[in-house]
Structure formats: C-alpha cells, structure tokens
Ligand binder design. Structure first.
Ligand SMILES: [Zn+2]
Length: 94
C-alpha cells in the first residue's frame, strides 16, 4: 500500500525559490510576509499550473524540475508581481 498521495502545483515551489532573487534586484522592495504572499499569488495567476501527484514523505529532486521549467517566465511573472505589489502594498509604505 502506498503512502498518502496528494496533488501539488510545483510551480508554487519554483515561485518561492526565485522570490529572493527577484527581491534582490530591487533594494526598495518590501520583503514582509504580506508582500511576499501577494507577489506569489500574482505571479502564480500568470503562470500555468504544473500539477503532479506526490507522496507524503517522498523526496523529489528540485534540479530535475527546474530544468523542465522556463525560469525566465517565472522570473518575469515575479518581477511584474513585484511592481504591482510595490504600487499598492497592503500596508502603509515603509
Ligand atoms: Zn510589505
């Protein structure tokens, strides 16, 4: 009997992985949790989902996934999300 399985949009993992790189490009970008989540949501809505079936506790290679993904597209989506969040953060400008 296999362990628990679940659906995972691994585009999510890729977005979180590139988040810091994108934030590093802009010293004025807010790095708070709210803004990061807003950025992730905006970027993920622009990107196609990549659902995979996963098994709880199993280890997956990130490298293999990254190679099959257009990193430039993810980077672009995150950069545009950053601009949107910057213009309208959910809090007062800091
Ligand atoms: Zn913020």
């Amino acid at each position: 009997m296999a362990g628990d399985i679940f659906l995972k949009n691994y585009m999510e993992d890729l977005v979180w992985e590139l988040m810091d790189q994108v934030l590093d490009q802009d010293p004025q970008a807010c790095r708070c949790r709210n803004c990061r989540y807003d950025m992730a949501a905006l970027a993920l809505n622009q990107l196609p989902p990549r659902y995979v079936v996963r098994e709880k506790g199993a280890v997956y290679s990130k490298v293999a996934l990254l190679e099959t993904q257009p990193r430039a597209d993810i980077y672009r989506a995150l950069t545009s999300a950053l601009m949107t969040v910057k213009k309208a953060p959910r809090h007062e400008p800091v």
